[in-house]
Design a protein around this ligand. Structure first.
Ligand SMILES: NC(=O)c1ccc[n+]([C@@H]2O[C@H](COP(=O)([O-])OP(=O)(O)OC[C@H]3O[C@@H](n4cnc5c(N)ncnc54)[C@H](OP(=O)(O)O)[C@@H]3O)[C@@H](O)[C@H]2O)c1
Length: 225
């Protein structure tokens, strides 16, 4: 059975990825930050790893613990939204900038070189859970400015990973999950978590229809950068 690593699996989209892959019999390595979340993931059948994206020691620990794994899929899902206002309303504080950019940009930049060699042998897929809000050409409003900036930067991290690691056999996808009913998406969001994940899993599973270097939503529609 295939193996997936899910970064940020404690709740929301990451937890649903873990749940659905486990239900299909996959081996799942799932990261979380708290002991209650670790126990919940363990009881679901996942192999658990502690990982805080803002903690360099956790990255070193994760690197050591997954060394030698053969991964079919790795999902960079951990993310934060930060302040919801526009730049005009209020530019970000240092604290907000550090929180959002460290989690959404710096951590992926540090994880990509760790994960790519583990994905290469299985010609695996690195799925970066970004957002349509990171599309520069689709930007129509200014709200969530810091999040938008971070997701645009995360898209570039993914594109660089595609350019650098395609030769290793690694397929890198940038995925937009839709506006999903999670803690981040809120109760008024349009898409059920299960539907978003089922859709993204279909995209991940089909390298012919959805080649590496692409930006797709959970329905498989190609998005503009
Ligand atoms: N929901 C949407 O509508 C939507 C739309 C577009 C894109 N996305 C993207 O989808 C991804 C998942 O979103 P979601 O809706 O599931 O959000 P969520 O419900 O807020 O869950 C966020 C996940 O990220 C983890 N996380 C946050 N900061 C972390 C850190 N420093 N280190 C490790 N893990 C950390 C959380 O872990 P803890 O439980 O430990 O905090 C949690 O597992 C994010 O990248 C988000 O930007 C979501």
């Amino acid at each position: 059975m295939p193996t997936a690593l899910i970064l940020g699996a404690s709740r929301g989209l990451g937890l649903e990825f873990a749940t659905q892959y486990l239900a299909e019999g996959w081996t799942v390595h799932a990261t979380c930050r708290s002991e209650p979340d670790r126990l919940r993931l363990r009881d679901l059948g996942a192999h658990t790893l502690k990982f805080d994206a803002r903690d360099a020691a956790d990255l070193a620990g994760l690197t050591w613990q997954i060394d030698g794994e053969r991964l079919d899929v790795a999902i960079l899902n951990a993310g934060v939204y930060g302040p919801r206002h526009s730049i005009l309303q209020r530019p970000p504080s240092n604290e907000d900038f550090d929180l959002v950019m460290h989690t959404n940009v710096l951590a992926p930049m540090r994880l990509v070189p760790v994960l790519a060699p583990l994905l290469g042998p299985a010609r695996g897929t690195l799925a970066v859970i970004s957002s349509r809000m990171g599309s520069i050409s689709a930007t129509g409003t200014g709200h969530g400015a810091l999040y938008r900036v971070s997701k645009a930067a995360e898209n570039m991290v993914a594109k660089l990973a595609h350019v650098e690691f395609a030769a290793l056999g690694v397929r890198v996808l940038v995925l937009h999950p839709g506006w999903v009913r999670t803690d981040m998406g809120g109760p008024n969001a349009e898409v059920e978590t299960a539907d978003s994940i089922a859709g993204m899993r279909r995209v991940i599973a089909d390298p012919l229809a959805y080649p590496g270097g692409g930006f797709f939503d959970y329905r498989g529609q190609s998005l503009a950068w």
